[in-house]
Design a protein. Structure first.
Length: 344
């Protein structure tokens, strides 16, 4: 009997050590959140507060197993909503799929469309179901399925999404997909939502206001703001984190051109350098490019159109005369006339 007790004690001690070792290994695998934050900021400019809040919500879902994250990211076109999410997912090795809410209808969501989202995530996970169940679904343009102009049909589409955001088991053809650990992120511009917030805060529509730091809960968009905008209460009730991204200003666009690892201008500069051609320009040219892009109110997205236009004629001539040039000088006028450069 004493021997059995000793054996049992030894086994219990061994189980405890194994448990502690497993916990230790698990803790060691956690990438420090600030390292991911800093890395993402090298790609996404002007959104430091939003990046931190999104990243915190995702870490909370990954490492606090009893807490599910359903996130809503609000911001105008071109501010970096989906790009921020994709950069975070890549660095944390989270499989993800990006879906467009506008392609779904009330009828389409029942069965096949929700199933397609989950299948797309399984494919992105290289058919690893366990990994897919801990992945991320990014649903963009969600605001296009809400608001008075969409009426009852749009509201029913949102309600039909509850089956994957509330954390239940979803039956696919050949497996059961547990959505309880999925990270669901909705994105949208929500034009006009700020007017609802201003009314709640008792502010008029005259003048220019910014909520850059979102320092207080009062200044942030609330769930009640979203309900007034037209989102169903059942849907809004399952959103646990609402993040507002800043509208990019001219200086933000300049910094994107200069510093972001996604800068289309830096990519052209690098490609020309690889061909033995150095790019010369006055730094103020970047301000002109940013100013031109800002007028169309599509954020960083318009930068690509402007920069691609600038380099069109240059690329043609470089390709037509390979190995003939070692320098390309850009003049200010090239923003309006892409022949205003000199190859030598």
């Amino acid at each position: 009997m004493a021997i059995n007790k000793n054996v049992e004690s030894a086994l219990e001690a061994k189980r405890q050590l194994a448990k502690e070792a497993k916990h230790s290994r698990k803790s060691e695998r956690i990438t420090p959140i600030q390292l991911i934050e800093q890395n993402v900021q090298e790609y996404i400019v002007g959104q430091d507060v939003a990046i931190r809040r999104i990243l915190t919500a995702i870490y909370r879902s990954l490492y606090f197993k009893s807490i599910k994250s359903n996130i809503l990211v609000i911001g105008s076109s071109g501010v970096g909503k989906t790009e921020t999410l994709k950069q975070i997912a890549k660095r944390l090795n989270i499989p993800y799929t990006e879906e467009d809410a506008t392609k779904y209808t009330q009828e389409g969501y029942y069965g096949k469309s929700v199933e397609d989202m989950l299948i797309n995530l399984i494919v992105a996970s290289q058919y690893d179901l366990q990994k897919a169940q801990k992945g991320m679904i990014i649903i963009d343009e969600i605001d296009k399925k809400t608001g008075d102009e969409k009426g009852v049909s749009g509201a029913k589409v949102l309600k039909s999404l509850l089956k994957i955001i509330e954390g239940t088991k979803y039956k696919l053809d050949d497996c059961i997909f547990d959505t309880s650990q999925l990270i669901i992120v909705f994105c949208g511009a929500f034009d006009g939502l700020e007017k609802i917030r201003d009314k709640r805060l008792g502010q008029g529509q005259i003048g220019f206001r910014q909520y850059e730091n979102k320092a207080t809960l009062q200044n942030r968009f609330t769930k009640q703001d979203l309900v007034q905008y037209g989102m169903p209460e059942e849907f809004v009730g399952r959103i646990d984190t609402i993040v507002e991204m800043n509208k990019l200003q001219k200086e933000d666009l300049v910094q994107i051109l200069k510093k972001s690892r996604l800068s289309i201008f830096k990519r052209y500069q690098r490609e020309l350098r690889n061909m033995g051609i150095s790019l010369r320009y006055n730094p103020k040219l970047l301000e002109l490019i940013a100013g031109r892009s800002l007028h169309l109110d599509t954020g960083a997205r318009e930068l690509s159109n402007t920069v691609n236009y600038i380099f069109e004629d240059i690329i043609y001539n470089v390709m037509a005369n390979p190995g003939s040039y070692s320098e390309c000088r850009l003049f200010f006028e090239i923003v309006d006339d892409n022949t205003r450069y000199k190859l030598s």
